[in-house]
Design a protein around this ligand. Structure first.
Ligand SMILES: [Ca+2]
Ligand SMILES: [Ca+2]
Ligand SMILES: [Ca+2]
Ligand SMILES: [Ca+2]
Length: 505
């Protein structure tokens, strides 16, 4: 039985991360924001390809406004699909979807938090990527916080209409859709959908999901993590770590069988019959994961951000040193037998810009993609709690770009550092912007290299905003950079929508 102490310990990392998206906004706005939202989803996992919802060959992306007011209902939530073009993404080519949108099941209600979680894949195998979206606080009948998962369908016109993915055991858990991941876990050529809820069990819907909601099959996997609304699978990430052409899953959760229920992560390999816990391996701590081949050996590597949760049970904030509480990123290398050795990076490593300071939340968000097209996946790590300037601007946030190489992520040279005060980046450093509160590397202008989108969920008192920073084929550049505000994205600015706090994986 969980004690109060345990609960607060198990949730500490989650809460710390939520700070970037919610409580920082609260600090600015007098504490009106309630931290009820699901944790952010990991960055791009290169599990298949760029998202292309409208099939025009340009990569697309989607960002949540999970606390957006819809038709007067607070925190009903929305999600914004942004379609790529030769000049990347902007507010002029997008679809903003709520549960009140035509063809989308359900209706916007207070506190549904539609859009907080999402995962893309071509679930109906028609050539257009689709987007599975969670509304994990949806109330169904008398079932409070039952949760709802909807697949929004890709088409030549972009995302349109949707289908509910039925919860097979609604009485067995709450928060259906609190975590989502897509990939071809059984290697049959069709994208499957993994759904997490408040329990430890993960439900996998096999590809070939139809517009009437029928899947090609369904099974469950249950890694050794704690069940609970604030625990269960926090984040799910997909990628082929063992190089067998079947997508593997990384589960961020909390340990079973320990008094304090410390954060833990598992690698669960895909097999011909789907995900299999018999081959599961425990990984380093951290609450957010991106998967990509940073050393170019053909095996995707697991990049997990651990924003401050101390390594050693028994040690606790603030007694652990700043070098730990500033946050770190673990890189666990893939191999034919799955995950192998792990290295870690902090802001104190090599020539990584900045220094590790308590509350930086370095690694609070991570994304992996090939910015310079050299075949080595590169890394972006958010540090949404970074203070900058003199006098110091609290929690304005920053992101660090680090490049892959044959020997892994290069901390000696090539690093880039961006904040809103960086020349050419739109906006300015303001307290609690939380710039870096979500990061996404994916190709949005069709040149074959990954561009960067950085969210500042705290921008303008919790409205949130995105910043598009393209790759010029060699590095991330401010040439062609643009900001996308809530207004440009069609998100209601009532309350604190926290636009950008989660990107689709
Ligand atoms: Ca597209
Ligand atoms: Ca499709
Ligand atoms: Ca590798
Ligand atoms: Ca690269």
């Amino acid at each position: 039985m969980a004690t109060k102490h345990r609960r607060s310990s198990t949730s500490s990392a989650v809460r710390a991360r939520l700070m970037t998206a919610t409580a920082v906004a609260a600090a600015l706005t007098g504490g009106l924001v309630v931290a009820t939202a699901a944790p952010a989803v990991a960055g791009d996992s290169v599990h298949h390809h760029e998202a292309d919802f409208n099939g025009d060959g340009y990569g697309d992306t989607a960002f949540a406004a999970g606390d957006a007011t819809v038709a007067g209902y607070k925190e009903a939530g929305s999600i914004v699909a942004l379609y790529g073009s030769s000049t990347g993404i902007s507010g002029s080519k997008r679809t903003t979807i709520t549960q009140n949108s035509p063809g989308v099941p359900g209706g916007a209600e207070k506190g549904d938090h539609f859009g907080w979680t999402s995962a893309y894949g071509d679930f109906n195998h028609d050539g257009y990527d689709d987007l599975a979206v969670g509304a994990s606080y949806e109330k169904l009948g008398t079932d409070t916080d039952a949760g709802l998962v909807t697949v929004l369908w890709g088409s030549a016109k972009g995302l349109t209409g949707g289908t509910v993915i039925e919860d097979p055991t609604p009485s067995g858990h709450d928060r259906w859709g609190k975590s989502l991941a897509a990939g071809d876990f059984d290697g049959d050529g069709k994208d499957d959908l993994a759904v997490g809820a408040s329990g430890a069990t993960i439900y996998v819907y096999k590809g070939g999901i139809t517009t009437s909601g029928t899947a090609g099959g369904r099974y469950t996997v249950k890694p050794k993590i704690v069940s609970g609304d604030d625990t269960g699978p926090l984040n799910l990430s997909a990628g082929d770590v063992n190089g067998d052409k079947r997508t593997d899953l990384v589960v961020n959760g909390f340990e079973t069988g320990t008094e304090y229920g410390w954060n833990t992560n598992y690698y669960v390999p895909g097999t011909a019959s789907g995900l299999s816990v018999s081959g599961a391996k425990q990984l380093k701590r951290g609450v957010i994961t991106g998967i990509g081949d940073v050393n170019g050996d053909g095996y995707a590597d697991i990049v997990t951000g651990q924003d401050w949760d101390p390594e050693k049970p028994g040690s606790d904030y603030p007694s652990v040193p700043e070098s730990v509480t500033g946050g770190q990123v673990h890189i666990t290398y893939g191999s034919a037998s799955g995950p192998t050795t792990t290295t870690n990076i902090t802001q104190n490593s090599g020539n990584v810009p900045g220094g590790s300071e308590r509350g930086d939340w370095f690694g609070g968000e991570v994304s992996v993609g090939d910015i310079n097209g050299d075949g080595y996946q590169d890394l972006v790590a958010g540090a949404s709690g970074e203070n900058l300037g003199s006098p110091s601007v609290v929690d304005t946030g920053a992101v660090t770009v680090l490049y892959g190489s044959a020997s892994g992520i290069d901390t000696a040279s090539g690093a880039q550092f961006f904040a809103q005060s960086t020349p050419g980046v739109p906006g300015a450093d303001e307290a609690y912007d939380g710039f870096g509160g979500e990061v996404k590397l994916t190709d949005l202008n069709g040149d074959g290299t990954s561009d960067l989108v950085v969210a500042a969920p705290g921008e303008n008192e919790g409205n949130g905003a995105l910043t598009y920073l393209p790759s010029n084929g060699t590095k991330i550049t401010t040439t062609g950079a643009r900001a996308i505000s809530t207004t440009a994205a069609g998100v209601d600015t009532a309350g604190h929508p926290l636009f950008g706090a989660n990107a689709a994986d």
